[in-house]
Ligand binder design. Structure first.
Ligand code: FES
Length: 106
């Protein structure tokens, strides 16, 4: 899968592993979860409205478009959460379990 974000200007920060939907990815020290996720894949999470994928919108904690989940079920706002080593993140509503917004019926 191609990444939405590409690291162009700096590449010197230490990196560490996170897990995204069961797959290991690399994050850089200081990344928000949004940056780490979009540097690894082309979208942030499933839409709650249809089968499309979302990539965030405001990047400042206001729009609610970047909710993802830990494997334990905790919901995180990806644009305001700092990625830390060992995080295991779920971006697919089908994998997220209890507490996930139900997908609207169409
Ligand atoms: S992108 Fe808007 S709240 Fe995170």
């Amino acid at each position: 899968m191609s990444a939405r974000f590409v690291r162009v200007a700096e590449a010197g920060r230490p990196t560490f592993e996170i897990v995204i939907d069961g797959c290991v990815a690399q994050a850089a020290e200081g990344d928000t979860l949004m940056v780490a996720l979009l540097a690894a894949q082309d979208a942030l999470r499933d839409s709650e409205f249809d089968a499309s994928r979302r990539a965030g919108f405001c990047l400042m904690g206001a729009c609610q478009d970047c909710w993802v989940w830990t494997v334990q079920g905790e919901r995180l706002r990806a644009c305001t959460t700092v990625a830390v080593p060992g995080m295991s993140i779920v971006t697919r509503t089908a994998l997220a379990g209890e507490g996930v917004w139900p997908r609207a019926k169409s």
